[in-house]
Design a protein around this ligand. Structure first.
Ligand SMILES: *[C@@H]1O[C@H](CO)[C@@H](O)[C@H](O)[C@H]1NC(C)=O
Ligand SMILES: *[C@@H]1O[C@H](CO)[C@@H](O)[C@H](O)[C@H]1NC(C)=O
Ligand SMILES: *[C@@H]1O[C@H](CO)[C@@H](O)[C@H](O)[C@H]1NC(C)=O
Ligand SMILES: *[C@@H]1O[C@H](CO)[C@@H](O)[C@H](O)[C@H]1NC(C)=O
Length: 455
């Protein structure tokens, strides 16, 4: 045991040293071109070879490594959020050795690879071995509700999801007050609304008429194809289902970074429209294994009796609005104040955009990153957020998830990145610019989504 411990410590110091020399090289390469020339790009806010946590003392960190509470190579960042001077990152317990699954780092900071600080504290996180379900277990993603200063999250309650899935606590929706960092909501999803092998992994929040009590949270069950709607005012939830939440088998085969795997993941990406009137709001959504985008008016999701005392056929109330073509699978998406939707393109290591006032046709979909100039800047974009600042920023978490799951991450290499760009400047020269008319009239160099199969 003792020699294992020292072997690990020296392994870490070796990769730590190598890390210093190569990072300067990689970052300089990208920094030269970022925000330069006529095509703006993404700025690297943070990048890591592996993650480290901020322990109260060095000795506590070494002890955690020694007893297996912290296994650096098993930690992978998944969700990203930003509010004022803090970034929030989730690190789900996919494997053993994840000491906390929600963390924060200050923004901005000089450090390119900062250590992660558990949010709101170390004590708020339960150990998987002796679970306390009132604490955080395995947080997947977050949503900031800026008008009400709240951070919402979905905690799957699942540990070891990749090895031998273990639902140690019920999934729960939690909210923190971002002024006090106090937990203000904790809601466990009732057993009747979850299924065996459900995985709740994405969350968005809708607040009506600036009334913080009148809030609804939508959570996707990506493995059992449902959306759970939680009403804060009622402190109650209901489960919504529709055939469009299912994966499409033809879009379930992924070839990414030399790996071939099949993901039969259903409804996952969600974004709320910024309708002129609150009542006009719609939820756009897509399954992970799909090329298509769908929408549903939010009022339909909020009408509880429709889902609990249902006598009405709801199936046709969810409609397909178009498709992104072959290899167009997307994880998450978000809509900026100017009405432009951004979505990840996991098969293309890129970010797509769409002006929601135009038809969802391929000629109206833009691609943001020049793949020839930056072939490796984004490697598996896994989460995406539009922030709440006056000059809106677009944030992306890139994390090489397939390699982490099915192969081996090279910890001498940069594996995880948080990137940021300006909403207005990144779309200025694309078809997604709301000032441009439909793409059929003009041709733009950056629009490069190839034709794919429809279904
Ligand atoms: C782009 O970057 C190069 C190299 O860093 C610099 O010399 C040049 O002035 C930059 N151009 C613009 C338009 O910022
Ligand atoms: C996770 O899986 C490993 C390997 O099967 C097992 O040793 C470990 O106890 C599991 N951990 C939990 C918390 O279920
Ligand atoms: C909910 O849906 C039912 C059935 O369509 C409808 O009669 C009712 O008015 C709706 N309630 C609200 C609050 O919209
Ligand atoms: C559903 O119907 C029951 C019995 O008719 C009623 O008591 C309950 O209030 C209804 N629930 C909703 C949400 O409308």
């Amino acid at each position: 045991m003792k020699s294992f411990f020292f072997a690990l410590v020296s392994f870490l110091s070796i990769i730590g040293l190598q890390y210093l020399s190569t990072r300067a090289y990689v970052s300089a390469e990208f920094e030269q071109s970022a925000f330069n020339g006529s095509i703006p790009s993404f700025e690297i806010v943070h990048e890591w070879k592996y993650l480290d946590f901020e322990y109260p003392t060095f000795v506590e960190r070494q002890l955690a490594i020694k007893n297996g509470d912290f296994v650096p190579r098993n930690n992978l960042p998944l969700g990203i959020d930003i509010y004022r001077s803090r970034l929030f990152i989730t690190t789900p317990r996919w494997k053993d050795g994840v000491p906390a699954s929600l963390v924060t780092v200050p923004y901005p900071t000089q450090e390119i690879s900062p250590a992660l600080k558990p949010y709101p504290s170390w004590q708020a996180h339960s150990s998987p071995n002796n679970p306390d379900c009132s604490k955080l277990i395995s947080v997947y993603r977050t949503a900031v509700d800026a008008k009400c200063n709240r951070l919402w999250l979905i905690d799957s309650g699942i540990v070891n999801a990749t090895i031998s899935l273990n639902q140690i606590c019920p999934p729960k929706i939690v909210a923190f007050d971002l002024d006090t960092d106090e937990m203000i909501v904790r809601y466990e999803l009732p057993a009747s609304q979850t299924k065996q092998d459900s995985l709740h992994s994405n969350i968005v929040v809708d607040v009506r008429n600036k009334d913080c009590q009148n809030a609804h949270v939508f959570v996707t069950d990506v493995w059992r194809f449902g959306i759970v709607v939680y009403s804060l005012a009622k402190h109650r939830s209901w489960r919504v289902t529709n055939y469009n939440f299912s994966p499409n088998p033809t879009a379930a085969d992924f070839n990414i970074h030399g790996l071939n795997f099949q993901w039969l993941d259903g409804v996952f990406g969600m974004s709320l429209s910024q309708g002129p009137k609150r009542n006009d709001r719609v939820l756009y959504f897509h399954p992970m294994a799909s090329y298509k985008e769908f929408m549903v008016p939010i009022d339909i999701l909020l009408n509880e009796s429709l889902w609990t005392n249902g006598t009405i056929d709801t199936s046709k109330l969810f409609i397909s609005i178009g498709d992104r073509g072959f290899n167009g699978q997307s994880s998450t998406s978000g809509i900026a104040r100017n009405g432009v939707m951004f979505f990840t393109q996991v098969h293309r290591d890129n970010i797509g955009c769409w002006d929601t006032t135009k038809p969802y046709s391929r000629s109206n979909l833009g691609i943001l990153l020049d793949a020839n100039k930056f072939p490796t800047l984004i490697q598996f974009p896994n989460d995406l957020k539009v922030d709440h600042e006056e000059s809106q920023g677009l944030w992306v978490m890139s994390n090489r998830l397939p390699t982490y799951l099915y192969s081996q991450l090279d910890y001498g290499d940069i594996n995880f990145r948080i990137l940021r760009t300006d909403v207005e400047s990144i779309i200025a020269k694309t078809i997604c610019n709301p000032l441009y008319e439909s793409a059929s009239k003009q041709k733009f160099a950056i629009v490069s989504i190839e034709e794919g199969q429809c279904y």
